[in-house]
Each structure stands twice: as structure tokens, then as C-alpha cells.
Design a protein around this ligand. Structure first.
Ligand SMILES: [Zn+2]
Length: 302
């Protein structure tokens, strides 16, 4: 259960003395119902009543998609604060506090393992790390992950969750757009598949580079996906934006993405697509996403 409870805040305690232990229930922002934590965990952090998709951490994503153990790459790469940037506080301090809070050195995890028996390189972005922003380290780790897949002859899956380029690294962060895109072009020339998974939110320089370059671009339901935010666009064009603008379903209707897939179907959908695109299983088919997390249908942790 620890994989799940540690990343979501419990409901604030009331003044009344409660017999329910703290953190046992969560309030769903989609339907305002109280959800038993175990029910949510058994459901891959999707509300059982209204299918609201809660955010997942990078490590939860990897655990959900891989069949079992996986090898993490480049976990020690860390930003050097090349511009010695300061906004409301020094970037160096911001990095230090975020590293301490998340236990990660930057906003992406990259790893190799089996996805339903297919050897796959997966990158998962971490929103809790400065809004999942892409700086030099994120760009370098994603590029290395793609190059590693290229050398292995394996497909790539990138799960995006990002506010865009990391402004504290200025133009260096923008260069990561070109760098990751160039690596993906080489992967494409080698005939290896890349599946992009866009989750809530995927915006800015991430949308404007690798997140939209998948052979298949899959979004989770109701995810915010766009370049500039809706408020900025409204102020610029002085027009009211249509209902559901920049959400997955709207983008599917307008041809910006290929599929909207419920998280509970995501692993099976990715595996099916990879096999269709010519990937081969090197191991027998793996367990379902929920089973890979050690959670059975009743919500009990194995
Ligand atoms: Zn709900």
C-alpha cells in the first residue's frame, strides 16, 4: 500500500474527534464522494464511481507498466544550475528542497524492463518535481533512454506529466526540445516504435516536442494537454474558448491525438500497439497493471 498512500494528501482532519484513522479516505475532486483508499489503490488511482484519474508518481507509473523488476538508468544526474538563476528563491535552493522532498534528482525516471513480455524502455515524468518541468537533466535522461532503446532494438514509451520547459534553465531548457526530437528521429529511422502517453497535465515545451511525436499518441481521459494555458490564449485572442478546450476528448475530436484510453486499459493497449508495430515478446506475457503493483481485485496488497 505504501506505493499509493505516500503521494496523496489525506483529507484535512476536522475539529470533531473521528474514529476513522487519518488517510483512510480521500475526497474525489470529480464526484466529491469519499473513496476508501484501498479501493482507489486497487483501481490504479482511478475513482471507482466517476473514473476521475488521480495523478500518479513516476515510480507508480513504472510499477504499473512493467511486469515486475526493472533497471533504472541515470538516477544520479543532477542540474548544475548553469545560469545561477534566482526568482522568488535561488534555483539551487529550490532544487535542494525538491530533491529532499521527492527523493529524486530531477523530474523524470527512465528504466528498462518487460512490458507484457516485451523488452521496453520507459520514461515517466514526475510532476512533484518542479511541475515536471524539462530542464537539461530531463532532456538528457530522455535522450539517453531513446538511445539505449535504439542500441537494444527496443521500443520506447514516454509518460508525460509536465508544465513544460524549466524556465530557471533558460534557453538551455528549450534546447532539450530539439535534442529529444532528434533522438526520436533516429529511433524512427531504425524502425523502432515510440508510444507517447499524455497525462494531466502535458503542456508547453514537452507538448511542443517529444510528447506529440509518438507513432501513437495516447491520452488519459480529461487530461489538460496544450501549449500555452487557456487563460493566456483567451487574453491574447480576446475570445471565449469552447467547452472542453485542451482536454483529451476535445483533442481527439480535432485530430491532435490518436486515442483516449482509461488508465485501467493502458498497459494492455500499449502492449497490443507495440506488437502490432512489430515488437516481439522476449518473455511470456506479463501480469495486468494492477497485479504488477501487487494489488488484487479486492484491493488487498499481496
Ligand atoms: Zn469520483
Amino acid at each position: 500500500m505504501a506505493w499509493f498512500t505516500k503521494t496523496r494528501k489525506p483529507i484535512a482532519p476536522t475539529d470533531k474527534v473521528s474514529r476513522v484513522p487519518e488517510g483512510l479516505y480521500l475526497k474525489c475532486p470529480g464526484c466529491s464522494q469519499l473513496i476508501y483508499n484501498k479501493d482507489l489503490a486497487a483501481n490504479l488511482a482511478v475513482c471507482p464511481r466517476c473514473a476521475h484519474h488521480f495523478k500518479m508518481s513516476a515510480s507508480e507509473r513504472l510499477a504499473m507498466l512493467f511486469d515486475g523488476a526493472y533497471a533504472v538508468h541515470d538516477a544520479d544526474l543532477v542540474s548544475t544550475d548553469p545560469l545561477e538563476f534566482t526568482d522568488t528563491k535561488p534555483y539551487k535552493t529550490r532544487l535542494e528542497t525538491t530533491i529532499a522532498a521527492t527523493g529524486m534528482k530531477d523530474a523524470v525516471m527512465t528504466a528498462t524492463g518487460s512490458l507484457d513480455g516485451i523488452e521496453t524502455v520507459i520514461a515517466a515524468m514526475e510532476y512533484a518535481f518542479i511541475g515536471g518541468s524539462m530542464g537539461v537533466v530531463v532532456g538528457e535522461k530522455i535522450t539517453r533512454a531513446i538511445e539505449r532503446a535504439h542500441a537494444l532494438g527496443a521500443p520506447v514509451v514516454i509518460v508525460s506529466c509536465s508544465g513544460g520547459a524549466r524556465m530557471m534553465e533558460g534557453a538551455l531548457s528549450l534546447m532539450q526540445m530539439a535534442k529529444t526530437s532528434a533522438a526520436l528521429a533516429r529511433l524512427d529511422r531504425a524502425g523502432l516504435p515510440f508510444i507517447s502517453v499524455l497525462t494531466d497535465p502535458t503542456t508547453g515545451g514537452v507538448t511542443a516536442s517529444f510528447a506529440m511525436l509518438g507513432d501513437l499518441n495516447i491520452a488519459e481521459p480529461k487530461a489538460l494537454i496544450g501549449f500555452a494555458g487557456p487563460r493566456v490564449i483567451e487574453q491574447t485572442i480576446r475570445q471565449k474558448l469552447p467547452e472542453g478546450f485542451q482536454r483529451s476528448e476535445f483533442l481527439l475530436d480535432h485530430g491532435m491525438i490518436d486515442m483516449v484510453v482509461d488508465r485501467r486499459e493502458l498497459k494492455a493497449t500499449i502492449a497490443r500497439a507495440l506488437l502490432f508495430m512489430g515488437a516481439r515478446r522476449s518473455e511470456p506475457p506479463g501480469p495486468s497493471a494492477a497485479a504488477a503493483l501487487g494489488v488484487d481485485a479486492a484491493g488487498e496488497t499481496a
